[in-house]
Design a protein around this ligand. Structure first.
Ligand code: SAM
Length: 232
């Protein structure tokens, strides 16, 4: 979930076409994986606040899935507070780096795998929590990705997300800078929604919204943190 200076992907104008292959979606992220791993976290205090909040929702008897885990920074921090954390990402480049970090700093509960959040999860109904940090604006179809994430949860399980709500950004960035960045290959496709729309999309999957928060400590925070529970 680190908010980094780069990889604040771009443009909303045209979502990836439905059915875009995982390989196509991974291409941008594979290309920037090394740089993403090296890029400093933009708001360390906000990141740590989110980690503390999530840690408080986890426990050693929970099986957890993280989707869009990037290079595994957050998974490495949170896995010790779970029974098992399986962290996945569509980019093999990101997962390679995550695995190297895990080898250097072993955490027995943690494993990494390449997987597309737009495709069914291996292990439906097996998880007590699904984590999605800086991911939901990047999927091909928000409702479908949420449906899959919710399906992965056991009854009573939690969906915990922190997501840039690009509809809240300065229109100049949204309508000018981001499309240009995307056109020159410096950003992937993104979905553009506000916090209320995201909250409604999660609720449409039958989830009970437990918390809607912002943890940023530097200026306007357009990343909304949402916790939602699958009814028991
Ligand atoms: C902005 S990074 C966030 C990484 C990490 N969650 C974090 O907060 O630092 C977005 C990540 O989502 C991954 N991603 C993008 N589309 C995805 C998809 N459809 N399924 C799974 N991962 C995806 C990218 O490869 C990238 O690692």
């Amino acid at each position: 979930m680190p908010a980094r200076a780069i990889a604040q992907p771009a443009d909303n104008a045209s979502p990836a076409p439905a059915g875009a292959s995982a390989a196509r979606k991974a291409r941008f992220w594979d290309r920037i994986a090394v740089r993403y791993a090296a890029d400093p976290i933009a708001d360390v205090a906000g990141y740590e606040a989110t980690l503390r909040r999530v840690q408080g929702l986890l426990s050693a008897d929970l099986d957890v899935l993280e989707i869009g885990c990037g290079t595994g920074t957050t998974a490495l921090r949170l896995a010790p507070f779970t029974r098992r954390l399986r962290a996945t990402d569509v980019s093999a480049g990101m997962i390679d780096i995550a695995r190297r970090k895990l080898a250097a700093e072993p955490v027995p509960q943690l494993s990494f795998a390449v997987a597309d959040a737009d495709a069914p999860v291996a292990g439906d109904g097996e998880y007590d929590a699904v984590l999605a940090f800086n991911l939901l604006h990047l999927v091909t179809d928000l409702d479908h990705a949420l449906e899959l994430a919710v399906r992965a949860l056991r009854p009573g399980g939690l969906l915990i997300s922190k997501t840039p709500c690009l509809a809240e950004m300065n229109p100049l960035i949204r309508y000018l800078a981001l499309p240009v960045m995307r056109a020159i290959g410096k950003a992937p496709h993104v979905l553009c929604f506000g916090a209320d729309a995201l909250r409604s999309a999660i609720a449409r999957q039958g989830m009970d919204i437990v918390a809607v928060e912002r943890h940023g400590t530097r200026g306007k925070d357009f990343r909304v943190f949402i916790v939602a529970r699958k009814p028991a």
